[in-house]
Design a binder for this molecule. Structure first.
Ligand code: GLU
Length: 262
């Protein structure tokens, strides 16, 4: 996919649990190190980056000893409280190796739905970006139960993109992008690299669950793409198997799906 990146200054980059962790639930250190060096470099090139990172529940599970097969929502919330510390500590250390400073922002649906709280969040993000700091956003899982959850971090990334008037939202996933059917089940599935409008037909392509460690799935990604593109913000899905794919995006030539007007 070829795009022009000249006018892209502010970017929300969402990275999912399946990209950040091994199937054991522990952090994939090699991947995270590559991701952080890429992001720090892109930041050095003059882009403003807001990272939306999952991984708190998964990191916490590996530490708390809760059983994955009988996990309750409350146990996930408790696991996230442990895992979020580990996640942010890891990012703070790795980014500081490159001289970059990070900040932690935790949001919930109740913040997004309340104008005053939303304004506080956007002012904080704006001030941080103005100081060259990289905000790292996650859902506040301690208070987000099923009722007030934003949804998946795909939805959170779309909401944050609108909140901070991003020029682009990049969803770094464990799939290459959108196919017309599930490529894990249909070897003839056709890859779709450009979607100007997220129509009902496009939705029908996206059926299927997320991975074992993530919660998003393609439907959540398509809903996010619809949300951002309706607000004039393009969204891209790329495969984070090699985080250096982000360089390809900023070079304007990458393998992935682009949603929105080019
Ligand atoms: N907030 C969750 C976590 O950090 C992620 C939720 C999601 O990716 O859907 O584990």
């Amino acid at each position: 996919m070829k795009i022009s990146t000249d006018k892209i200054k502010r970017v929300v980059i969402k990275v999912g649990t399946s990209t950040l962790t091994h199937s054991s639930g522990y952090i994939n250190i090699r991947k995270v190190e590559k991701l952080v060096s890429c992001l720090a470099d892109i930041h050095n090139s003059g882009k403003e980056i807001i990272l939306v990172s999952s991984g708190a529940v998964s990191c916490g599970l590996a530490k708390t000893g809760f059983r994955r097969d009988t996990l309750t929502t409350e146990q996930k919330q408790a696991a996230a409280a442990v895992g979020q510390c580990q996640l942010i500590d890891m990012y703070a250390r790795r980014f500081s190796d490159f001289g970059a400073t990070i900040a932690q922002i935790l949001l919930t649906r109740s913040v997004i739905d309340n104008k005053e709280l939303r304004d506080h969040a956007s002012t904080t993000i704006e001030l941080l970006l103005g100081q060259g700091i990289i905000p790292i956003v996650n859902e506040n899982d301690t208070i987000s139960n099923e009722q007030i959850k934003i949804g998946s971090n795909d939805t959170l990334a779309a909401t944050v993109s609108a909140l901070c008037n991003a020029d682009l939202c990049i969803n770094v996933s464990d799939v290459d992008g959108l196919y017309d059917s599930d490529p894990r089940q249909n070897p003839d599935a056709k890859f779709i690299e450009y979607v100007p409008v997220v129509s009902d037909d496009i939705y029908s392509f996206g059926k299927g669950a997320g991975t074992a460690r993530g919660t998003g799935g393609m439907t959540a990604k398509l809903e996010s793409a619809k949300y951002t593109t309706e607000r004039g913000i393009p969204m891209i899905i790329v495969n984070g198997a090699d985080p250096e794919i982000l360089y390809d995006v900023f070079d304007g030539d990458f393998v992935g799906t682009y949603f929105g007007v080019k």
